[in-house]
Write a protein that binds this ligand. Structure first.
Ligand code: AMP
Ligand code: MG
Length: 878
């Protein structure tokens, strides 16, 4: 054979992409090896079929192309004149029907796995397999055409079959067939297009677009360089019911858009909802068959192109709004679809912007080949096409009475279950748009009934636990009655400061003094005290008087302190003389380190107070404390937490952490943080001892390790960033560690959970603690766990709809621990504390501003802040 060169052509953009891909990915099977399988009933004339295949090659120059890339600036395709069709005949007629099926599949797979050399034409081969049919009488044959995608697109497949059969009938003589429009004409047309204009159009269309990635990145290549060879894509097929298919088509007509646009809108909404984005990009396979090339619709070759589709969803968009807008945007880009994807992405600065591709296969000739089937002497029983893609996920939609949805996915990026769930959601969205284009896309249900039941039911709800309808001081007093001599407060060196009885007596005296000054329920008493046992006495005294305490860190700037005092308007400030300068003239103050006050206190009775002693009755709905946090606005606001929530938290966490009599809880957090309230409530409401130390004694490092050991601490709650400053080996395994307040890294979790109880607790000040993990283990990013007893958590999108498991959404918290709101800020309160649509009537939920997702096991994963909220360091020890 001469291998005479007939012509040299440039490549079309997708051809170029495929050639580069083949170069990069030269190991294992080539994903772009595609197959067409024709099954014949009856006797096939092998000689005529082979002649027909050869004639096909002879007629179409582009099927005889080789691709040259080495040492060239631009790859070229070289058309070779005389190319012999690679032809193989295999006889399997000796095998039984059962044996033959396996053999056929193995053969097709092997053929597909045999790589083509792109520079050795033709990139096409045929094999005819003869076999007996099931009954063992008549002959059956299968023709397997394996070719490289760089030659032909899916649209060409039925055209190719039609020509092949016509040529078969004519025994390879093509004189009866219409003449071929050369592929070169299309390439010429391509070269005449305005590429600068196209680049500009795509740049504009994609400005500000965000990459949209649905799949997890592939597992990192093995360090020895023997990365697993990616297998050919797996396939998942499902169908849209006939009735829905008809309704979809009618809907598209009514909206004046194509079915393809409708499918693209649905895909956009789907991946948007699954990535938490309202602006998404994915690829679309376009036919590329421009009407400007006459006869293009019957040409055999590669015309398709992959171009980006951007779908932006505005709040309140209906399916109709979206479809009409996307239709308009697509229409404007239609003249620019000839530009290659690499160039588009380069121009738009988008990089690898997407990992999903959608193709709506509206091949004109795909529908009916029955005429050809009959025409061929042997009847064709089936035509099966096997197309390919290197994208992690591609959706191919084949129109018909019942829309066929084919999802090809890379198994290193998606597992089959995830793809099945995706397909399920896709159909649900298609049903939605088919049924009512006036529906708001954001409100369309994405979840199955089962998923919904989990994410706003079983997973979202902590155990419902009976909690005493008591206030914090009542619970404390119950512990006093049980064991008045038990240790209540311990110092850094482990020495007893107060027994429960002593602490109670002191708190009662101070409470009576407060009542004497007119303090009562629904009032605020500020505590401007350094870390000391005095703080604990003061907290209990304020509670016993019925008021809520407001901790004020006297090391804060004076402006900030004044702001809090002005905002909260405390009835009284309990403080030390050292902080006297902090308070404006006219502020009612009581100095707990003043001898005169001591004398006055000694005059009060030490017995517990009852409602009869208080200004007005105290109940569990009353505020227990007010703590200031800075929100996204940066303006601090007072969070008001009631007794009921605090008591529920203490009961739940006491059980989870195993804190009770005999335990020793370190009070690590600064009194001005809610974590401190948790510490002292956890200890003193459950009968344990509270370890109170000075700021220097708690400095993360040697000092803190000393306290943990000396004071016999059994439980401490610290921000995870404190732990790397300690030597894990020097902290007894008997110390249970709870981390919270910020994300904990896998290394810290791994090191500190080994041989020790360790938990991750999550919650903003507005809900104290909302979720807790199980005991942690292993070097993994610890989950924040599940909602604690009597608390509900939801992961919702902007429409307050639950997002599917695995999808990021905003975390909402409802139930017992939720604060009453912000002190004197009804507007802000109603903005952040909203009606809970999934809870009992009248219940509220707090919008945390944190992003989270559900793991498949029903635990929550923290993903960061939804905005750039200013956050104070939670572990100040002063
Ligand atoms: P604050 O209201 O100052 O207590 O801050 C609460 C914020 O700290 C939460 O909204 C989260 O952003 C973050 N946070 C609290 N606990 C955790 C945790 N366990 N993991 C990650 N972030 C946390
Ligand atoms: Mg906190």
């Amino acid at each position: 054979m001469s291998h005479e060169l007939e012509d040299v052509w440039p490549l079309s953009p997708l051809q170029e992409g495929m050639v580069y891909h083949a170069l990069l990915d030269s190991e294992g099977p080539d994903v772009y090896a595609v197959q067409l399988i024709l099954d014949f009933d009856g006797v096939v004339d092998a000689v005529a079929l082979r002649a027909a295949g050869q004639a096909l090659l002879d007629r179409h120059a582009n099927l005889r192309a080789a691709f040259w890339i080495d040492d060239l600036d631009q790859p070229v395709q070289v058309v070779v004149r005389d190319v012999e069709l690679p032809w193989e005949e295999i006889d399997l007629s000796h095998l039984t029907a059962a044996e033959v099926e396996g053999e056929l599949r193995a053969f097709a797979d092997a053929e597909r796995a045999r790589r083509f050399d792109l520079d050795r034409p033709p990139l096409l081969r045929m094999a005819l397999i003869r076999r007996r049919d099931g009954k063992g009488v008549a002959d059956r044959s299968r023709l397997v055409i394996t070719q490289h995608h760089v030659l032909v697109d899916g649209w060409s497949a039925p055209l190719m079959v039609r020509e092949l059969l016509a040529l078969y009938d004519a025994k390879g003589d093509d004189s009866g067939l219409p003449s071929v429009t050369p592929y070169r004409e299309y390439l010429v047309w391509l070269s005449e297009q305005d590429r600068d204009g196209a680049r500009e159009a795509w740049t504009t269309a994609l400005a500000g677009a965000e990459p949209t990635l649905l799949s997890a990145p592939p597992v990192a290549a093995a360090s020895d360089g023997n990365a697993p060879v990616p297998a050919l894509p797996e396939r998942f097929i499902t169908h849209v019911p006939q009735e829905t298919t008809a309704m979809l088509q009618a809907q598209a007509r009514r909206l004046g858009v194509t079915l393809s646009t409708l499918v693209q809108c649905v895909w956009g909404v789907l991946i948007g909802r699954m990535t938490g984005q309202d602006d998404v990009v994915f690829g679309a396979v376009v036919s590329g068959r421009t009407p400007e090339v006459p006869g293009v619709e019957s040409m055999i070759g590669l015309f398709i192109n992959t171009v980006p589709v951007r779908v932006r969803m505005d709040a309140g968009d209906t399916w109709a709004d979206l479809a009409v807008r996307v239709h308009g945007e697509q229409g404007a880009l239609l003249p620019h679809q000839h530009l290659g994807l690499t160039e588009i992405q380069r121009a738009a600065g988008l990089g690898d912007a997407f990992d999903t591709v959608v193709a709506v296969e509206n091949f004109p000739a795909a529908r009916d080949t029955s005429a050809e089937r009959r025409a061929a002497g042997a009847k064709i029983a089936a035509i099966e096409g096997r197309d390919a893609t290197h994208y992690p996920l591609s959706l191919a939609v084949t129109p018909g009475d019942s829309l066929k949805l084919r999802l090809d996915y890379r198994s290193d990026r998606f597992d089959r279950d995830a793809v099945a769930v995706l397909a399920d959601r896709l159909v649900r969205l298609l049903v939605s748009v088919a049924g009512d284009a006036g529906r708001c896309v954001g409100a369309v249900e994405l979840l199955s009934a089962g998923e919904r039941e989990r994410v706003v039911g079983t997973w979202s709800s902590g155990s419902v636990v009976e909690v005493p309808a008591a206030t914090a001081p009542a619970l404390f007093e119950a512990r006093v009655v049980e064991a008045p001599d038990a240790v209540a407060v311990v110092s850094a060196d482990g020495g007893t400061v107060f027994s429960y009885g002593e602490l109670n007596a002191r708190a009662n005296r101070l409470a009576r003094l407060l009542v004497d000054r007119g303090v009562g329920p629904e009032q605020v008493v500020a505590l401007g005290l350094p870390r000391s046992a005095d703080v604990i006495v003061a907290v209990l005294a304020v509670w016993k008087a019925g008021a809520a305490y407001l901790p004020i860190d006297t090391s804060y700037p004076v402006d900030r302190i004044r702001f809090m005092v002005e905002d909260a308007r405390p009835a009284l400030v309990l403080t030390h003389t050292t902080a006297a300068g902090m308070w404006e003239d006219g502020t009612a103050t009581v100095f707990l380190d003043d001898a005169a006050v001591h004398a006055e206190l000694a005059g009060f009775e030490a017995a517990d107070l009852t409602d009869a002693d208080r200004v007005s009755p105290l109940d569990s709905a009353c505020p227990a404390y007010v703590i200031y946090t800075s929100g996204s606005t940066g303006v601090p606001k007072g969070v008001v937490v009631g007794h009921a929530g605090l008591v529920s938290l203490v009961v739940a966490s006491g059980r989870r952490f195993g804190v009770g009599r005999g335990g020793r809880v370190l009070q690590f957090a600064s009194p001005s943080f809610d974590a401190a309230t948790w510490d002292w409530s956890l200890a003193l409401l459950s009968g344990a001892a509270l370890v109170v130390a000075g700021a220097e004694e708690l400095a993360p490092g040697a000092a803190l390790m000393g306290v943990l050991g000396d004071a016999g601490v059994t439980y401490c709650m610290v921000p995870p960033s404190v732990l790397p400053l300690l030597d894990v080996g020097r902290v007894p395994a008997s110390v249970t560690v709870v981390v919270g307040g910020e994300a904990c890294g896998p290394d810290v979790a791994g090191r500190w959970s080994a041989g020790r109880m360790m938990f991750n607790a999550y919650g903003p000040t507005e809900t104290v603690c909302a979720t807790m993990s199980e005991p942690l283990s292993g070097e993994v990013v610890p989950p924040i766990g599940r909602p604690i007893d009597n608390v509900r958590t939801y992961v919702l999108d902007q429409n307050l709809s639950p997002v599917p498991p695995g999808v990021p959404g905003e975390l909402y918290v409802a139930g017992a621990g939720v604060a009453r709101g912000y002190l004197n800020r009804p507007g802000l309160t109603s903005e952040r504390f909203v009606a809970d649509p999934y809870g009992p009537a009248g219940s509220r939920m707090y919008r945390t501003g944190d992003l989270a997702r559900w793991n498949s096991d029903g635990t929550l994963h923290f993903l960061g802040r939804a905005d750039d909220q200013v956050k104070l360091v939670p572990y100040r020890t002063r």
